[in-house]
Write a protein that binds this ligand. Sequence first.
Ligand SMILES: [Cu+2]
Length: 320
Amino acid sequence: MVLIFGMTACSGPMSIMDPAGPGASRVARLWWLIFWISIIVMLVVLVLLVYSLRTRRKTGANSEGNPEDVPAWGIRFVAISGFVIPVIVLIVVLGISLFDLAALGKDQNSQLRIEVTGHMWWWEARYPNGVVTANEIHIPVGEPVEFSLETADVIHSFWIPSLFPKKDMIPGRANTLTMEASKPGRYQGICSEFCGLQHANMGMYVVADVNFTEWLANQELPALKPSSNTTKSGLEVFLGSTCIGCHTIRGTAADSTIGPDLTHVADRETLFAARVDNTRANLKAIIIDPQGIKPGAAMPPTTLTDADLESLLDYLESLR
Ligand SMILES: [Cu+2]
């Protein structure tokens, strides 16, 4: 029963027991090995416990046994099962862990290298062709991809449980890992090194995308030129208010890099580091009350007239 309750936490979007790539499969295999070893040890101990209780009752020995009464085989039994066997098991498990660790760290001649930077509290991803996106990192399916991990501020940790074990992002250095997704999907990840107030809301997705090439080609294009009157004035609102001081929209005058690149913001399924779905209502909430969604986020609220706000939303929603 306890086991069943325990296991329910082991499935779901962020489980190491549901691997979708070779890296996570290694970790899951090791986990199951240690799990079954523990079960066997527990069963053996339980059987011995029951056996000893029963023989004690039968022989009527009281608790104050004499050390001299312990037979020689008993001492040998304790030495072997209490010391020799555990040492052998631990050495074998250590050996397998070290082997897996080395295999996980192996360079795999990846064709693609993505630079991911942790920020309080969102993720920025840069592709070799100049594409910059946030919190939704697309990769091709079935190909190793190298990630170079850096941070703009404090220590974060990059973790997509069903694809690869966690790796820290440490100020002043770049850690790398090579990760592969064997099947298409949206794999949820989370920061796993405490980094402040919104640490728990520093989420993201790695999207193993069968149409990766098309996705990247679309991302490479500059932002769509506004074609209607409302989107035109929406762009003017963006350029005329504080937004321009923090965000980039390629193809316009906005080129600041404090916040996420918004060139293709409408193409994302979630916003604010996977905090909310990308809907018009949530976009609006982000602009007028970002602190209501994510207290402490490095984006201030903006007051706009209703007309300006609606055209700004029209414009942002056109950025596919
Ligand atoms: Cu973090």
